[in-house]
Design a protein around this ligand. Sequence first.
Ligand SMILES: Cc1cc2nc3c(=O)[nH]c(=O)nc-3n(C[C@H](O)[C@H](O)[C@H](O)COP(=O)(O)O)c2cc1C
Length: 178
Amino acid sequence: MREIELRRSIRKYKSKPVEMSIINSLIESARLAPSGSNTQPWHFIVITDDKIKNDVATVSHNQKWMLTAPVFIVCVADIASRIANSEDIELDETSPQFELKQIIRDTSIAIEHIVLNAITFDLGTCWVAWFTQKEIRSVLGIPGNKFVVSILTVGYPDENPNPRRRKDLKEIIHINKW
Ligand SMILES: Cc1cc2nc3c(=O)[nH]c(=O)nc-3n(C[C@H](O)[C@H](O)[C@H](O)COP(=O)(O)O)c2cc1C
């Protein structure tokens, strides 16, 4: 698939804004993603406000390059999709719930739909997951029973990185048994 081969993590973007209709198409591709028992645990916070972007980049270990992207999409997994009355659950990196793994798994599928669909609009993206739940939650007012899986930076690329090395097929394929 062309999009899979062309995708790179982009860390330098043009200032050209991204039309909201395109952002909607990206989120639409996430909406159509598969999920265990069709639970659809995902939510997306679209950020274009400079002050909020700045706060998000700061809690992401001050990755300044992020600020070149006109849009951030903060991708959030909601455990309420799997646990009734989840309001009192406080999720973080050490949480033991098996359901947390399931909502992270499902939300990650939806996130990668966005990443691949972005290529069809000549947009670049980068996954960012170097933050703590506590800090990103407080910047964006996200309740404790949600888990921020990643931030996607989105914009028109202003760099053209070479493909990064991947393991050979023979290192990762197992036929019939491990
Ligand atoms: C879950 C996840 C978290 C990541 N977090 C960051 C990050 O915080 N900062 C960053 O610059 N890149 C981040 N990346 C991008 C990876 O470094 C990148 O995907 C990897 O080096 C391979 O390069 P490629 O995406 O261009 O093929 C992340 C990627 C993933 C999948």
